[in-house]
Write a new protein. Structure first.
Length: 140
Protein backbone atom coordinates (compact mmCIF):
# COMPACT_ATOMS: atom_id res chain seq x y z
CA UNK A 1 0.00 0.00 0.00
CA UNK A 2 1.41 3.37 -1.03
CA UNK A 3 1.72 6.10 1.58
CA UNK A 4 -0.61 9.07 1.17
CA UNK A 5 -1.13 12.43 2.78
CA UNK A 6 -4.54 13.89 3.62
CA UNK A 7 -5.29 17.17 1.80
CA UNK A 8 -7.93 19.79 2.59
CA UNK A 9 -8.38 22.78 0.27
CA UNK A 10 -10.83 25.30 1.67
CA UNK A 11 -11.99 28.73 0.56
CA UNK A 12 -13.88 31.30 2.60
CA UNK A 13 -17.11 29.93 1.10
CA UNK A 14 -16.68 26.15 1.08
CA UNK A 15 -14.48 23.07 1.08
CA UNK A 16 -13.11 22.49 -2.44
CA UNK A 17 -11.24 19.23 -1.93
CA UNK A 18 -10.72 16.73 0.87
CA UNK A 19 -9.01 13.40 0.42
CA UNK A 20 -5.85 11.35 0.28
CA UNK A 21 -3.09 12.28 -2.16
CA UNK A 22 0.25 10.89 -3.28
CA UNK A 23 1.86 14.35 -3.55
CA UNK A 24 0.83 18.02 -3.46
CA UNK A 25 2.47 20.91 -5.34
CA UNK A 26 1.91 24.53 -4.30
CA UNK A 27 3.70 27.86 -4.72
CA UNK A 28 4.71 29.36 -1.40
CA UNK A 29 6.29 32.75 -0.78
CA UNK A 30 9.77 31.32 -1.33
CA UNK A 31 8.92 29.17 -4.37
CA UNK A 32 7.45 25.87 -5.51
CA UNK A 33 6.86 23.18 -2.87
CA UNK A 34 6.53 19.45 -3.48
CA UNK A 35 4.83 17.91 -0.46
CA UNK A 36 5.05 14.16 0.09
CA UNK A 37 3.68 12.10 2.99
CA UNK A 38 5.67 12.64 6.21
CA UNK A 39 6.82 16.12 5.13
CA UNK A 40 8.40 18.31 7.79
CA UNK A 41 5.85 20.62 9.46
CA UNK A 42 5.69 24.04 7.79
CA UNK A 43 3.43 27.08 7.58
CA UNK A 44 3.84 29.54 4.70
CA UNK A 45 1.90 32.08 2.69
CA UNK A 46 0.71 30.98 -0.73
CA UNK A 47 1.10 33.06 -3.86
CA UNK A 48 -1.88 33.29 -6.22
CA UNK A 49 -1.71 30.32 -8.56
CA UNK A 50 -2.12 26.62 -8.76
CA UNK A 51 -2.25 23.89 -6.19
CA UNK A 52 -1.81 20.51 -7.85
CA UNK A 53 -2.87 17.33 -6.07
CA UNK A 54 -1.81 13.92 -7.41
CA UNK A 55 -4.31 11.19 -6.53
CA UNK A 56 -3.59 7.64 -7.74
CA UNK A 57 -1.21 9.01 -10.37
CA UNK A 58 -3.75 11.51 -11.77
CA UNK A 59 -3.26 15.24 -11.24
CA UNK A 60 -6.10 17.46 -10.09
CA UNK A 61 -5.57 21.21 -10.47
CA UNK A 62 -6.96 23.98 -8.30
CA UNK A 63 -6.60 27.74 -8.44
CA UNK A 64 -6.09 29.71 -5.21
CA UNK A 65 -5.96 33.49 -4.87
CA UNK A 66 -3.28 33.17 -2.22
CA UNK A 67 -3.69 32.19 1.38
CA UNK A 68 -2.00 30.00 3.95
CA UNK A 69 -0.48 26.54 3.54
CA UNK A 70 -0.07 24.39 6.65
CA UNK A 71 1.87 21.16 6.35
CA UNK A 72 1.93 18.44 9.00
CA UNK A 73 3.50 14.99 8.44
CA UNK A 74 0.15 13.43 7.45
CA UNK A 75 -2.06 16.46 6.62
CA UNK A 76 -1.83 19.39 4.21
CA UNK A 77 -4.30 22.25 4.67
CA UNK A 78 -4.76 25.05 2.15
CA UNK A 79 -6.76 28.01 3.47
CA UNK A 80 -7.56 30.49 0.69
CA UNK A 81 -9.87 33.48 0.28
CA UNK A 82 -10.77 32.12 -3.14
CA UNK A 83 -10.21 28.55 -4.31
CA UNK A 84 -11.70 26.67 -7.23
CA UNK A 85 -11.04 23.75 -9.50
CA UNK A 86 -8.91 24.90 -12.44
CA UNK A 87 -11.63 24.02 -14.95
CA UNK A 88 -14.01 26.41 -13.14
CA UNK A 89 -11.76 29.47 -13.61
CA UNK A 90 -13.52 31.98 -15.87
CA UNK A 91 -11.05 32.94 -18.61
CA UNK A 92 -13.08 35.93 -19.80
CA UNK A 93 -13.28 37.35 -16.28
CA UNK A 94 -9.53 36.79 -15.76
CA UNK A 95 -8.72 38.57 -19.04
CA UNK A 96 -10.99 41.47 -18.07
CA UNK A 97 -9.39 41.72 -14.61
CA UNK A 98 -5.94 41.72 -16.22
CA UNK A 99 -6.97 44.52 -18.60
CA UNK A 100 -8.45 46.55 -15.70
CA UNK A 101 -5.25 46.14 -13.71
CA UNK A 102 -3.12 47.14 -16.72
CA UNK A 103 -5.21 50.30 -17.18
CA UNK A 104 -4.93 51.13 -13.48
CA UNK A 105 -1.15 50.69 -13.58
CA UNK A 106 -0.89 53.05 -16.55
CA UNK A 107 -3.36 55.62 -15.26
CA UNK A 108 -2.02 57.53 -12.25
CA UNK A 109 -5.51 58.88 -11.42
CA UNK A 110 -7.12 55.45 -11.36
CA UNK A 111 -9.62 54.44 -8.70
CA UNK A 112 -7.28 51.58 -7.74
CA UNK A 113 -3.96 52.34 -6.02
CA UNK A 114 -0.73 50.95 -7.46
CA UNK A 115 -0.30 48.10 -4.93
CA UNK A 116 -3.91 46.97 -5.38
CA UNK A 117 -3.51 47.05 -9.17
CA UNK A 118 -0.33 44.97 -8.93
CA UNK A 119 -2.10 42.42 -6.71
CA UNK A 120 -5.04 42.19 -9.11
CA UNK A 121 -2.64 41.78 -12.04
CA UNK A 122 -0.79 38.96 -10.25
CA UNK A 123 -4.06 37.20 -9.46
CA UNK A 124 -5.36 37.51 -13.04
CA UNK A 125 -2.06 36.25 -14.47
CA UNK A 126 -2.10 33.29 -12.06
CA UNK A 127 -5.63 32.40 -13.18
CA UNK A 128 -4.62 32.58 -16.84
CA UNK A 129 -1.53 30.39 -16.19
CA UNK A 130 -3.80 27.85 -14.47
CA UNK A 131 -6.11 27.77 -17.48
CA UNK A 132 -3.14 27.42 -19.86
CA UNK A 133 -1.56 24.59 -17.83
CA UNK A 134 -4.90 22.78 -17.61
CA UNK A 135 -5.33 22.98 -21.40
CA UNK A 136 -1.81 21.72 -22.02
CA UNK A 137 -2.40 18.83 -19.61
CA UNK A 138 -5.57 17.76 -21.43
CA UNK A 139 -3.87 17.79 -24.86
CA UNK A 140 -1.29 15.15 -23.84
Amino acid sequence: MAMTIHVDIVSAEKEIFSGAADIVYATGEMGELGIYPRHTPLITSLKPGEVRVVVDGKEEQFYVSGGILEIQPHVVTVLADTAMRAEDVDEAAALEAKADAERALQDGDAKMDYAEAQAKMAEAMAQLRSIDRMRKGKSH
